[in-house]
Write a protein that binds this ligand. Structure first.
Ligand SMILES: Cc1cc2nc3c(=O)[nH]c(=O)nc-3n(C[C@H](O)[C@H](O)[C@H](O)COP(=O)(O)OP(=O)(O)OC[C@H]3O[C@@H](n4cnc5c(N)ncnc54)[C@H](O)[C@@H]3O)c2cc1C
Length: 393
């Protein structure tokens, strides 16, 4: 392995850092990053203002080919951007935009590319992701929402669930069944459209009482045929196209590294049983272990993106990277709660909450991160099947 940043990549990193340090100073009081953007109007306004600036700099389209208005950068540059923004807790990316953009770039018509890509790159659209259903999550190919041809439109009916941030969105992409039920992933079509009559979102309140998820009820929602990306029944592959842009996930590791630094500072400044916490050998050892794990997670992500930039398929390694860092963040949150004791459980609205209640929040959100985009068990399956070539059983 011979991986180090090129001078151009180092310059980009510095540029991103300068931007993020500046933007972080504008964060609302008590901003803890993560999924806070969707939860409050203030957080959402902050998120939107940052995203607009990022778009104006052309950074939403870093890995897009130049012919589509992008910079033509590779996965490493995208990862640098993701690392820096996650570390500084700057909400720089619109939700789900890359899935749609990639689908259109790889499978869309020329008209779709002209119509949608510039609007996406300018951050004019907030997307909701209509994939999961009450009976189709990990096994997404079994989904039941149907789309039936009717004149110039398709008419969609069904139910989606866990639709993140949909109440803040103006557009939605939906994977719907156009083939027979037996056709599984070969009978699905990818639709994009403005949210309108026939779509109803109902809040699904999370265990920490925040509104981030929604149930989505779809009744006779009409989508013009020109808004099908790819061909009818090709939707599975359209959806997968987004995965090929920067496969390695670094956001968990970068955000977790920052959280660890905060916890270390807390332990240096807080007394317990008459002594500074950081003097407790058990606490010191735990913090040291986490610092090794986070460095390993960051290096692992860069190694994968470097392999990807050399054209290697890294499906199993990307699953391992996502598994390791999402579980690591959850472990950190649980350890922080043990260290802080009952103070750790104080909600962030209280002025007594240490570190703005970051870790009690992360304890709850963290379990979600081991599910979103592929659960821990599914990731282990991918490692076993593709990486280790074990039988499926
Ligand atoms: C933070 C977050 C944001 C999300 N945002 C969206 C969104 O915007 N839009 C959207 O459409 N969806 C979204 N989801 C939903 C997400 O994609 C699903 O939760 C995920 O695919 C898992 O599906 P499920 O919840 O139905 O669980 P299931 O698939 O029912 O799994 C239940 C349990 O069984 C295990 N399991 C399932 N199959 C296997 C197997 N073959 N082998 C071993 N174990 C297995 C799983 O690991 C899990 O522990 C989001 C989820 C989270 C947590």
């Amino acid at each position: 392995m011979d991986f180090r940043f090129t001078p151009e990549q180092e310059a980009l990193q510095k540029e991103f850092e300068g931007f993020c340090k500046e933007e972080a100073t504008r964060a609302p009081e008590g901003w803890i990053g993560g999924l806070s953007a969707e939860e409050t109007d203030e957080g959402w306004a902050y998120h939107q203002s940052v995203v607009k600036k990022v778009a104006a700099k052309g950074w939403l389209s870093l890995p897009w080919p130049k012919e589509y208005g992008g910079h033509g950068h590779g996965p490493v540059e995208q990862l640098i951007f993701n690392e820096v923004t996650a570390y500084y807790r700057v909400p720089a990316l619109p939700f789900h935009f890359m899935t749609v953009a990639a689908g259109i770039m790889v499978y869309g018509s020329e008209e779709q590319k002209k119509e949608w890509l510039p609007k996406i790159a300018r951050a004019e659209i907030n997307w909701a992701e209509g994939l999961s259903e009450p009976n189709a999550g990990s096994d997404l190919a079994s989904l039941n929402t149907t789309a039936v041809e009717d004149g110039d439109d398709y008419v969609i009916n069904g139910q989606k669930v866990w639709t993140s941030g949909a109440h803040r969105s103006d557009h939605i992409f939906i994977l719907a069944r156009t083939g027979t039920r037996e056709s599984r992933h070969k009978g699905l079509t990818f639709f994009i459209n403005e949210i309108g009559p026939g779509i109803e979102f109902r809040p699904l309140i999370f265990m920490n009482r925040s509104h981030f998820y929604n149930e989505t009820f779809i009744e006779d929602f009409r989508v013009p045929k020109r808004n099908i990306v790819g061909k009818v029944n090709q939707g599975w592959y359209v959806m997968m196209a987004g995965r090929n842009f920067a496969r390695a996930n670094i956001s968990f590791a970068a955000a977790g590294k920052r959280d660890l630094e905060d916890l270390i500072e807390y332990c240096k400044q807080t007394q317990s049983g008459g002594q500074v916490m950081a003097k407790d050998p058990l606490i010191r050892q735990k913090l040291a272990e986490f610092s090794i794990d986070f460095e390993a997670a960051l290096k692992f992500a860069y190694y994968l993106s470097w392999l990807q930039s050399k054209g290697q398929d890294i499906a199993a390694e990307a699953a391992a990277c996502g598994y390791f860092s999402s579980e690591l963040n959850l472990r950190l949150a649980n350890t922080a709660m043990e260290i802080m004791g009952l103070y750790g459980t104080i909600k962030r609205e209280s002025k007594w909450a240490p570190l703005y209640g970051k870790f009690q929040d992360l304890c709850q959100w963290g379990s979600g991160f081991t599910i979103a985009g592929g659960t821990t068990e599914i990731r282990k399956n991918v490692i076993a099947w593709i990486g280790l070539k074990l039988p499926r059983g």
